[in-house]
Design a binder for this molecule. Sequence first.
Ligand SMILES: Cc1ncc(COP(=O)(O)O)c(C=O)c1O
Length: 385
Amino acid sequence: MVRYADRAANVKPSTIREILHLTQQSEVISFAGGLPASDLFPIGRMREAADRVLSDAANLQYSITEGEVRLRELLAWQSAELADPSNFLVVSGSQQGLDLAGKLFVNPGDAVVVEAPTYLGALRAFDVYQATYVAVPSDGEGIEPSGVEQAFRNGARFLYLNPNFSNPTGRTMSERRRHQIVDLAEEFDAIVYEDDPYALLRFSGEFVPPMITMSSSNVLYAGSFSKILVPGLRLGWLSGPVPMIEKLTMIKQAADLHTSTTTQALAAEALADGFLERHVLQVRAYYLVQRDRMLQALTAHFPPGTTWTVPEGGMFIWVTLPVDLDATSLLSQAVAEGVAYVPGAQFFPNGGGSNTLRLAYSVATLVEIDQGIERLGRLIARSTS
Ligand SMILES: Cc1ncc(COP(=O)(O)O)c(C=O)c1O
């Protein structure tokens, strides 16, 4: 028998991938996959940019691990201290940032502190490094500081958070809470991994500063081009203190030398001359309409006893069903009736959340949102009574 490394025992099949298979049946209305709406992809702009990119052989050559300076300059939108390209590392999708951080910060058996529920892809990335999880509950302002403090007191030194319009809950952490968490990280010399792929997708409420602007030493920030341009280029970035970025750069070099020179050049070219700022306005307006339609449909069709979040940006609504309903067992019936979602239990590393589910409003058409939510509402009402 082939002998795999111990860490391979922790690699589990991804339920998300299984669910995405379901959604490829065209008759199923899918609120499952959190894909960006392909109607928003600026294809004409990218085609013209590609033409220019491909006329320069340097864009097809090997390049430096840190990433294209033009792209890193475009990213220097954060605090004054982090306005230098040396604070940035371009990665192959922000998902790669999770893997690199796992390599840098997580020893086998280490406790990674997460909010419960949290982004499934982060759990799967840290699983490979044989992480264990401390799941800290959250309230309306975000992860509870007392739980984080306790975890740090017990020896944990790595905290993963997705503070804006979180995947899966759609909730946003308050500014006060961000300061509290950063203060704790500094006190215990712990790292906060601030995963922020939805940052620019705010369509209501007030901007809340990222934690990276609140600490010059203990926060590693991850951003993504997937939701503001296209996910197919696989482009994201890490930003943080220079010594940390240097370590991550060496680790990335060992993994893949560098992110594709060609896709980096394409993104830099497509987003230049203020296109990024103009384009995100369109992206936000689009998702606001989608969100409002889903909220209206939920109000119209979901039975009493069911509650949901109202996100100020991003792509997700988190639904809590009456306690005796199990969203995982309900899924096969939902798919049989032509509608899919992600059962919330998936997002809890240590169990719980059986009566919760995640709905993405990004991909479905407005008519599909009405029909899908009506079907789901009927199923929930039938299962409750
Ligand atoms: C919270 C979160 N982090 C990271 C990612 C990975 O994004 P990408 O690798 O496309 O940048 C996603 C994708 O959906 C996400 O929701």
